[in-house]
Design a protein around this ligand. Structure first.
Ligand SMILES: Cc1cc2nc3c(=O)[nH]c(=O)nc-3n(C[C@H](O)[C@H](O)[C@H](O)COP(=O)(O)OP(=O)(O)OC[C@H]3O[C@@H](n4cnc5c(N)ncnc54)[C@H](O)[C@@H]3O)c2cc1C
Length: 448
């Protein structure tokens, strides 16, 4: 093994991008991929960069959309995934959709033809003790490797399913209805005593909400993904199916709370939202993991008093998804704190989606290359989309309730002097994306 060799495990979105970035910086890259020898329930081929479901990289709007901004940053950093997507783009309005076969063929051919990349097919089942490695094995990391990772991190720091409760932008909650209070005012400081946002329901509102939950369209589990979700993270609609009162005695119990707007009125049920990031811009709806379809979720959740006009940073879900508790396990270079020769990248770090995964691969590839070449590479500033994401997974997110995250403007530090709320949104988003582009360019210039 030569000194400048980097091993990357997983030729998906993240591993392919990491290999491309590190190889272009002069490293010898060995890309390990278990497919087609060992299959997953979602992948169909042995190709690199296979899109397992939708053929869309989502919005390509780099002024008004956080994922569009991530596209922009990846293009600026000579990203393989974005260049290939642009080459094999299909008409899709404002979205960046691609011909998936041509896309994966191109990623595969490009990596195989790169003079600094060699490919080794086969499953890696352990965390090696010598050399530098990036593990980008994704949501369907093979069970044997999952076990080896859990042995290193502790089983409680590696999840095999996500249980994502919807996340709401704090500014979109109607505070004339909702109020801040922890149950029984628990906590030493005022901040702790007011750690939750509470949305009250009358009996009629509760009954209508349960009816809507039961009637909503749900997503089925994929084959091979069947529900081992039962311990402690039942979907809310399953709880409602078990009895109309179950939620009122579970996540929606009204006890220990006094409506700050109407102290004399006892709520029949209360929906609680808990802060989801250090900035306080995002709140998750506690215990509301769900398999409802996205359209149904927005309709049903807007029935909650105080959330009539809620904007969602992400909707809920439950999937087979192997991911680390990155805020406690990874440093800001995406290295395992207990084994710094091992980095993680992609969805296994707790980001969610093709674009976010590829972006984390891009960073891991560049960071590993910098380290092997004896250079310093700080993460991008957290005013950028890539910086906001890496900051979230390696420190900004609440470690105790950590669940996979899409890129969204709630992860960005607020801009002073711009109008809040819906009316100021266009100007605010433009402000975020302008600031991000400038800061990202500076970060790139620092590497040349
Ligand atoms: C069923 C399903 C549907 C999804 N649909 C979407 C969608 O529509 N849109 C979206 O944006 N995201 C979707 N995702 C999330 C999607 O998986 C990620 O966005 C993206 O593929 C993650 O990229 P990645 O590189 O981290 O992982 P992957 O793209 O999954 O790549 C990981 C690679 O590692 C390999 N591997 C795993 N274990 C080992 C091992 N031990 N040794 C060697 N190789 C190994 C795998 O074969 C795979 O090639 C979906 C996920 C699943 C499971």
């Amino acid at each position: 093994m030569t000194q400048n060799t980097l091993h990357i495990v997983g030729g998906g979105m993240a591993g392919s991008e990491a290999a491309w970035q590190a190889a272009n910086l002069g490293l010898n890259v060995v890309l390990h991929e278990m497919r087609p020898e060992v299959e997953t329930f979602a992948h169909q081929s042995g190709k690199f960069g296979e899109m397992v479901c939708s053929n869309s990289f989502r919005s390509d709007d780099d002024e008004q959309n956080a994922v569009g901004l991530l596209h922009w940053e990846m293009r600026a950093a000579n990203g393989l995934i974005m260049a290939t997507a642009d080459k094999h783009k299909l008409p899709a309005g404002g979205a960046l959709a691609v011909d998936r076969e041509a896309f994966a063929d191109h990623v595969t051919a490009t990596l195989e033809a790169h003079p600094n990349i060699s490919v080794e097919f086969g499953e890696i089942t352990d965390l090696p003790s010598d050399g530098m490695w990036i593990f980008a094995t994704g949501p369907l990391t093979s069970p044997a490797l999952g076990e080896a990772i859990a042995k290193e991190t502790g089983a409680d720091r590696l999840a095999f399913f996500d249980a994502i409760a919807p996340i709401v932008y704090a500014e979109s909650v109607n505070m004339d209805v909702a109020w801040l209070q922890s149950r029984y005012d628990k906590g030493e400081t005022e901040e702790e005593q007011k750690a939750y946002l509470n949305c009250p329901m009358t009996k009629d509102q509760y009954e209508a909400f349960i009816d809507a939950l039961l009637a909503a369209d749900k997503t089925e589990f994929h084959e091979g993904e069947t529900a081992k979700y039962f311990d402690g993270c039942l979907p809310i609609e399953v709880m409602a199916e078990r009895g109309r009162e179950t939620l009122r005695h579970g996540p929606m119990k009204p006890i220990g709370l006094t409506n700050a707007h109407k102290p004399e009125e006892k709520a029949y049920a209360v929906v609680q939202l808990r802060r989801d990031n250090a900035l306080g811009t995002l709140y998750n709806i506690v215990g509301f993991q769900t398999k409802m379809k996205y359209g149904a979720q927005t309709e049903v959740f807007k029935m909650i008093p105080g959330l009539e006009n809620a904007s969602f940073a992400r909707l809920g879900g439950i999937h087979r998804n192997t991911f680390l508790n990155s805020p406690t396990l990874l440093d800001d270079q995406m290295r395992l704190k207990s084994r710094p020769s091992i980095r993680f990248a992609g969805q296994v770090t707790g980001v969610e989606g093709y674009v976010e995964s590829a972006a984390m691969g891009l960073l891991a590839g560049r960071m590993a290359a910098a380290e092997l070449l004896g250079r310093d590479l700080p993460p991008p500033p957290f005013t950028t989309a890539m910086g906001a994401l890496i900051n979230h997974i390696t420190g900004g997110a609440e470690a105790k309730t950590f669940q996979p995250m899409n890129v969204n403007f709630g992860l960005f530090p607020p801009l002073d002097g711009l109008r809040g709320g819906r009316k100021g949104r266009k100007e605010r988003y433009k402000g975020y994306t302008d600031r991000a582009k400038e800061d990202f360019n500076q970060w790139l210039e620092g590497q040349s």
